[in-house]
Design a protein around this ligand. Structure first.
Ligand SMILES: Nc1nc2c(c(=O)[nH]1)N[C@@H](CN(C=O)c1ccc(C(=O)N[C@@H](CCC(=O)O)C(=O)O)cc1)CN2
Length: 290
């Protein structure tokens, strides 16, 4: 069956954004500043290892100084915090992130709070989350997946003001910051999760539907309003081990107006936005004189 919906091509948009970031890196380097990114990964989770490798490779391609701190799964909380503090005081590093999830029993929240807010390239520090939620007209980092989704919506001329956006998922990485960004764009936002009663009656009302639940193919064609824009943040495996999303792409493509694929949708934009934000943090550190 041929697709009716327009494909929101995250790979293509990510390539365009990366090209802009490369030029911004060159402009900064001409002023004697090379943006620096440090990624901390604890343990050997294969998916996390892949994402971190991709971040490191992309940063190097764009001319960003990139450091990966691979730490053992049995590292103590105190040792991990010491690595973060060392990076906080390293002037060659402008952005620090800790790959999520951390192995048990490490306390991810404490680690996030220990990253200097000026270097918090993931935008997860409570100070930056507070700035986002209070809609401060200041420069601050924002979680890369929702920020990348906003870039995608703008690139495909998706109207937001006055529209009903439904966000399914309330994680700190996607759902909560996504809600704040959509509110800033004057959308009417409903935030739900996989336990929400009558979930499908809500998703059917959405002009913009963002799904980040980790439940493969949760959203079917009947759960989507005809013509809606559907953003799939899922990174799931089907019964054959193939990467798939939270949305039944083939079926929903017959109903939606615009739709992101998995892979090749939100994922590449997350990494491109991380690179963009690393360069922004380097620029801001110059203007703030720190
Ligand atoms: N500290 C953070 N941890 C995590 C984040 C984050 O933003 N910050 N997000 C996710 C993982 N993630 C980035 O870290 C991420 C996941 C997936 C992709 C991606 O490009 N996916 C590809 C497919 C890759 C594959 O073949 O498996 C795609 O969608 O095309 C990028 C980044 C959780 N942790």
């Amino acid at each position: 069956m041929s697709r009716l919906a327009t494909l929101i091509d995250g790979k293509k948009l990510a390539n365009e954004l990366n090209e802009q970031t490369k030029q911004a890196v060159e402009a900064l380097s001409a002023k004697g500043v090379q943006p620096g990114l440090a990624v901390i990964i604890v343990g050997e989770d294969p998916a996390s290892q892949l994402y971190v490798r991709n971040k490191h490779r992309k940063a190097a391609q764009l001319g960003i100084h990139s450091v990966v701190k691979q730490l053992p799964a049995d590292i103590t909380q105190a040792e991990l915090l010491a690595v973060v503090r060392q990076l906080n005081s390293d002037s060659s590093i402008h952005g620090i992130l800790v790959q999520s999830p951390l192995p048990e029993p490490l306390d991810e929240h404490e680690v996030t709070r220990t990253i200097s807010p000026e270097k918090d390239v993931d935008g997860f520090h409570p100070l930056n989350v507070g700035l986002l939620y209070t809609n401060m007209k200041l420069q601050y980092p924002v979680a890369c997946t929702p920020k990348g989704i906003m870039t995608m919506l703008a690139a495909y001329d998706v109207p937001l003001s006055g529209k009903h956006a439904v966000v399914v998922g309330r994680s700190n990485i996607v759902g909560r910051p996504m809600t704040a960004l959509l509110m800033q764009a004057d959308a009417t936002v409903t935030i739900a999760n996989r336990h929400t009663e009558n979930l499908k009656s809500l998703t059917r009302q959405a002009d913009i539907l963002v799904v980040a639940t980790g439940v493969a193919h949760l959203i079917k064609a009947a759960d989507v309003k005809p013509g809606a824009t559907v953003i799939d943040v899922g990174m799931d495996r089907d019964e054959n081990g193939k990467l798939t999303g939270d949305v039944d792409f083939e079926a929903v493509s017959q109903v939606a107006g615009k739709i992101t694929p998995v892979p090749g949708g939100v994922g590449p934009m997350t990494i491109a936005t991380l690179m963009q934000q690393t360069v922004e943090l380097a620029k801001w550190s110059e203007t703030s004189g720190s």
